[in-house]
Design a protein around this ligand. Structure first.
Ligand code: ADP
Length: 294
């Protein structure tokens, strides 16, 4: 194979592991090694390979340090933020006496700002946990239908505020192996986004079905939709598009990145179907048979 063949093989196969970059260089070295100046060229390339591998190792180390630092900071911010949020809630609820209208407004601002910060900190903590490979799944076989019903009931508080109806069509399917808290987080994110990006008065649809060896959850909205080019971007961290939430909600661009990682860890899949102006459908599939040994 000539150098351009070797390079295009490298990119077509989308090698992701660090060692594959070294493999590319080795392949190129072998090609050139058949040419003249064998000794000099192979010496040079060996040095290059060594430097490259060293740089990759340093980069991986720096990335690990970054995750560790972010994890530590986020972790330490969580408790004080939860206290501020909890205490402001007690004050708003009149737990220690009454307040004037203006005082209550200030307290509401403290509550909602600390709530937003806590959500962000929790998301950042999740990203760093997942990236450093420390996400532990507690997989149990149970009813996905029951979990969906529970999450829909909880999120109804938000959808009711926007006059959005959540319409469920949930088939009876066999129990599915999954981590309850993590899959709840995925459903909350997808339902939350569907509500967040839907105009007042529209509907959000959630369906559960079985398709051969997988359970399929579809969440569809009648909002602004997503263009084809934007779809792959959405599963990367901190990606938000130009679309504005319809009720002044906050965006961090982390929810879908986390959802994708959780679903990947379950060896499932998540995909989007949408065209601008026609709403969006998020489709999650989870294997019915467990490969985690449950
Ligand atoms: P967040 O909602 O906090 O920004 P996400 O990662 O959940 O974080 O979503 C990233 C972006 O994807 C959103 O900011 C929005 O631009 C787009 N998006 C997600 N869900 C939808 C949806 N149902 N309809 C339109 N756009 C969406």
């Amino acid at each position: 194979m000539n150098p351009s063949g070797i390079v295009s093989e490298y990119f077509n196969k989308e090698y992701v592991k660090e060692s594959h970059s070294t493999r590319l260089l080795t392949l190129l070295m072998n090609y050139w090694a058949t040419e003249k100046d064998y000794e000099i060229k192979s010496q040079l390339l060996k040095k290059l390979i060594f430097k490259y591998a060293e740089a990759e190792r340093k980069l991986a180390e720096a990335n690990q340090m970054k995750n560790k630092l972010i994890g530590l900071v986020a972790h330490d911010l969580r408790s004080p933020l939860a206290s501020i949020r909890g205490l402001s809630e007690i004050l708003i609820d009149g737990g220690v006496g009454s307040f004037t209208g203006e005082q209550r407004d200030f307290l509401s601002t403290i509550y909602s700002a600390s709530n937003t910060m806590l959500t962000l900190v929790n998301d950042i903590l999740d990203v760093s946990t997942i990236e450093s490979g420390k996400l532990e799944l507690h997989i149990k076989k149970e009813s996905l239908k029951r979990l969906i019903k529970e999450r829909v009931n909880i999120i109804k508080v938000l959808s009711d505020q926007k006059g959005i109806a959540i319409r469920s069509r949930l088939a009876d399917i066999p129990d599915v192996p999954f981590d309850r808290n993590r899959i709840a987080q995925v459903i909350d994110n997808l339902l939350g986004n569907a509500i967040k990006f839907s105009p007042h008065g529209k509907s959000v649809y959630i369906a559960l079905s079985r398709n051969g060896s997988v359970a399929t959850v579809k969440i569809r909205d009648e909002g602004v939709g997503i263009s084809k080019e934007d779809m792959p971007r959405l599963f990367k961290e901190f990606q938000t598009l130009g679309v504005e939430p319809t009720g002044g909600e906050k965006c961090t661009g982390l929810g879908l990145a986390i959802a994708k990682k959780i679903i990947d860890e379950h060896r499932g899949a998540i995909e989007i179907k949408s065209s601008p102006g026609k709403g969006a459908t998020f489709i999650v599939t989870l294997p019915l048979e467990d490969s985690h040994g449950v």
